[in-house]
Design a protein around this ligand. Structure first.
Ligand code: ZN
Length: 344
């Protein structure tokens, strides 16, 4: 992130501003107001509003993890998701580089003008990309890949949808890639792509290549500066579309790596040295009168009180503690802060 804000990403003023604009834009979306859409809006409004886990160091709470709504367009969740994917991909790419694999960064663009509708451009782009990945050239040369679609906007040229790939490929000639891309866009019914519509370059450093390939679908700056009607249009054009995808081989490997790590951290207890505890579990223990669990909740509330952005969260936690201490009924206050914590 280019942000200089050093607190929790949820409390970054630019993130909050961007999220509020996204919510307002979605409320004005031409999309039908379905149950799913309502749930998405509610999720966005409550993103980061309650704790889901505590990070402990030497038995003391050092960080409080908060709920993530996981919605596309949520600036916080999009950033965290991109970071998670990059972390997983980084390990896989590093593994393959060590084994001598070659990587390239392919950028595919399309011509566009100021007044072009985002919906039309995105449709052409995704249809052409689908065709591109179905070509013999792609199938024969690309062993594995990850792809990110980005739709930045500028006052001069309007929407600029394009795709970045990081691919593990043999020596796939640049001219062939360019020719294929021009052909695929034509077959998808899109505009005539110029020869400079496809860029290819070798990747020497996995970190750098990944930053470019798996960026944020929408830049936070864009969300804050793009005119409101264009924002409505952008969110509508990209709804239900997968903007970051990873090939099957890599996503299996990433899942495997993540599972290994989850297994390592499983079986943690409320003892000293613990490093992760789910909030639901702490709460359950607090409810049964476990003093250690109550102490952790107090510590978390104290920690949250120190940040200007998290005072409301601390207040909620204090109310909860009060409720738990006063409640003798086994089911009192059930279900209010279960929360999902999404992992890639
Ligand atoms: Zn979110």
């Amino acid at each position: 992130m280019e942000s200089k804000f050093d607190g929790d990403i949820f409390d970054d003023p630019r993130m909050i501003a961007a999220r509020n604009r996204v919510i307002l834009a979605l409320e004005n979306s031409p999309a039908p107001y379905t149950k799913r859409f309502r749930a998405k809006l509610n999720g966005l409004r409550q993103c980061g509003d309650y704790p889901v886990a505590f990070i402990l160091s030497q038995g003391r709470v050092t960080r409080v993890l908060r709920n993530q709504c996981g919605n596309r367009g949520c600036p916080v969740c999009d950033s965290l998701r991109a970071a998670r994917i990059r972390r997983g991909l980084g390990e896989v790419v590093a593994e393959r580089m060590k084994a001598g694999a070659r990587f390239s960064l392919i950028t595919l663009t399309m011509p566009h003008r100021r007044g072009d509708m985002a919906q039309k451009l995105v449709c052409h782009l995704t249809a052409a990309l689908r065709k591109f990945q179905q070509t013999e050239g792609f199938k024969q040369n690309v062993r594995s890949w990850a792809r990110g679609i980005e739709v930045p906007w500028s006052a001069a040229t309007g929407f600029h949808p394009h795709a970045h790939y990081i691919v593990e490929a043999k020596l796939w000639p640049k001219d062939e890639i360019k020719r294929l891309w021009i052909d695929c866009m034509t077959r998808a019914g899109g505009p005539a792509v110029l020869p400079n519509g496809a860029h290819v370059k070798g990747v020497k450093d996995a970190g750098k290549g990944l930053m470019e390939a798996v960026g944020y679908p929408f830049k936070v700056m864009d969300l804050n500066t793009i005119p409101f009607l264009e924002l409505v249009e952008l969110l509508y054009a990209t709804r239900n579309r997968r903007l970051v995808s990873v090939c099957r081989t890599w996503s299996h490997r990433i899942r495997h790596l993540l599972e290994d790590r989850a297994a390592e951290s499983a079986g943690l207890d409320l003892a000293d040295g613990t490093d992760w505890l789910s909030f639901a579990e702490v709460r359950l223990r607090a409810r049964t009168g476990d003093r250690a669990a109550l102490r952790l909740m107090f510590e978390a509330a104290e920690l949250l009180e120190r940040g200007a952005g998290t005072r409301a969260l601390a207040q909620g936690l204090r109310l909860l503690i009060k409720g738990e201490m006063g409640s003798c009924a086994p089911n009192a206050g059930r279900n209010s802060a279960g929360g999902r914590q999404r992992e890639y």
